[in-house]
Design a protein around this ligand. Structure first.
Ligand code: IMP
Ligand code: MG
Length: 187
C-alpha cells in the first residue's frame, strides 16, 4: 500500500541548507549596521521554524517581526489570502527580508509585497524555504522571483518543518510529501 507520507528533505538536509542560506544572506547584507538592522519579517505560522533557525545563524545585525498570512484549505489555495499584515510595522528606510515557508501560485507573496510597496523600505527581498516554480500564476512569473530559495520542488503537497495540512503535521522534523488518498502511514 502507498505510504501517506514520503520524505522529500531530511532534517539534516534542511539544516545544512539553512546554514548555507544564512552564510549567503550574511554576505549579501554585510553593509548592514547596528543602527539600521536587517528587518526579517516571518510569515506565520508556517515559516516560524525556518525563520527561527535562519535568524540564529545570521552574522549581521537583525530584528524579527511577524506577519499573519493564511491562504490554504486542504491541499489547494483557498482564494484570497487572509492577512494581519502588522500595520504597526514601520519599514521606512529599512532593509526588509520577508521569510516564507513555501511559494506556490505567488499570490500570497504578491499581496505581501504590494502591502509594503509604497511604505518607503530601502529594499525588500524574499527568502523562501521551498519554491514550486511550476505552480506560479502566469502573471506573477516575473513579479515573484524569490531572492533566496532553500529548495525548488515539483508540484507536490508537502508538510513538516512548519508546513501544515489543515493545521496538522507541522511538527514533523523532516519535510514530507503528503499523499492524502494513500492508506495508513505516519499519523
Ligand atoms: P501561494 O499564495 O499560492 O503562493 O501559497 C503560498 C502559501 O500556501 C504558503 O505560504 C503556504 O502556507 C501554503 N502552501 C502552499 N503549498 C503548500 C504545501 O505544499 N504544503 C503546505 N502549505 C502550502
Ligand atoms: Mg506560508
Amino acid at each position: 500500500m502507498k505510504e501517506r507520507f514520503t520524505i522529500l528533505k531530511t532534517n539534516a538536509e534542511v539544516r545544512s541548507r539553512i546554514t548555507e542560506l544564512a552564510a549567503e544572506i550574511s554576505r549579501d547584507y554585510q553593509h548592514i549596521q547596528e543602527d539600521n538592522p536587517l528587518l526579517l519579517l516571518c510569515t506565520l505560522r508556517g515559516a516560524v521554524f525556518f525563520s527561527a533557525d535562519l535568524v540564529r545563524e545570521l552574522t549581521i545585525p537583525c530584528e524579527i517581526d511577524f506577519l499573519k498570512v493564511h491562504s490554504y484549505q486542504g491541499t489547494r489555495p483557498a482564494g484570497s489570502p487572509i492577512f494581519d499584515l502588522g500595520e504597526h510595522i514601520d519599514v521606512r528606510g529599512r532593509h526588509v527580508l520577508i521569510v516564507e515557508d513555501i511559494i506556490d501560485t505567488g499570490h500570497t507573496m504578491n499581496t505581501v509585497m504590494q502591502n509594503f510597496a509604497d511604505k518607503g523600505a530601502a529594499d525588500i527581498r524574499i527568502c523562501t524555504m521551498l519554491d514550486k516554480p511550476s505552480r506560479r500564476d502566469e502573471q506573477l512569473k516575473e513579479r515573484i522571483v524569490p531572492n533566496y530559495i532553500g529548495f525548488p520542488i515539483d508540484d507536490l503537497f508537502v508538510v513538516g518543518w512548519g508546513l501544515d495540512y489543515n493545521e496538522k503535521y507541522r511538527l514533523f522534523p523532516d519535510i514530507m510529501v503528503y499523499h492524502p488518498d494513500a492508506g495508513c502511514g505516519k499519523e
